[in-house]
Design a protein around this ligand. Sequence first.
Ligand code: HMG
Ligand code: MG
Length: 310
Amino acid sequence: MTRPAGLPATHPEPGLPERVTIYEVGARDGLQNEATAIPTDVKEQFVRRLLAAGLPVVEATSFVHPRWVPQLADAAELMGLLGDDGLDCPVLVPNERGLDRALDLGLRHVAVFASATETFAQRNLNRSYDEQWAMFEPVVSRALAAGADVRGYVSMCFGDPWEGAVPLEQVVEAGRHLLDLGCTQLSLGDTIGVGTAGHVGALVAAFVEAGVGVDRLALHFHDTYGQALSNVQAGLRAGVTTYDASAGGLGGCPYAESATGNLATEDLVWLLDGLGIEHGVDLSSLVATSTWMADVLGRPSPSAVVRALG
Ligand code: HMG
Ligand code: MG
């Protein structure tokens, strides 16, 4: 079905941002957990189609240990195929080895990924909570010295499958570590999708109280419990203007079993269109891309908007 003319109707809510940045993570967070091997040229086409759909930031892959995330073991090949067109795409790097691999290819937008909890730090990074900062310190300082910018992810911001509730102060402390190292932006991850709207408002307020401006925050929701869009609405009300999302709702984290798909980019675009918030993304091209990717993966997209329009 094509998009019904004039829909969604636009009804701005006073006080919300006029424009947001959608930070597309489908090619990285979306594909890192796939059971089937996806050929590198299909990933290349995926990234190119996402860029062509107008997504302003398209995270492409991770330079992690290939044994830890075999699905992204082709990171260098992918960036080679993308050539100059991939130079603006951010990539994940956990350590100096990953940074070297990215810098060698001329990449200048990298992200480190920290955990707010002890258990996930050990499971995802093979480091304790405290040890992770020592691993990131030379990554961030060397990246900045090389002229790169560094995003800092914090995982398990809204709850942890092993440790349960995660206090707001613990998340703020983890975020502070990353900012103190020199990260330019913080992405607060609801890795297992357990957050709810009031929690989002409280967490953003806790950061603001600690002196971190909302302009330095991004929100990264997984949709495990169907709360992602409601959480975005709470983020918008709190003034956050960057949202991570994954085309077609692909995604999950291989080291957090209860992590399912990310907030679908199409569902986010529908909400923003209804609120009259600018984002620059062409919904039809995006839906066509996710429909094509669903065919490649052999299963329907979990995104309600892709299913309605695809
Ligand atoms: P380790 O085994 O402790 O690594 O893994 P090490 O430093 O002990 O090194 C062991 C060997 O691995 C060495 O080789 C290194 O060279 C090599 P050897 O000398 O023995 O021959 N090595 C590497 N090779 C290639 N690239 C590298 C690399 N690093 C070491 N970068 C490590 C530690 C951090 C590397 C590992 O735990 C890892 O790769 N973890 C990545 C896990 C991951 O990618 N998880 C998913 C992303 S996070 C996420 O999805 C959450 C997020 O979406 C937000 C949210 O939802 O909350 C971001
Ligand atoms: Mg994630």
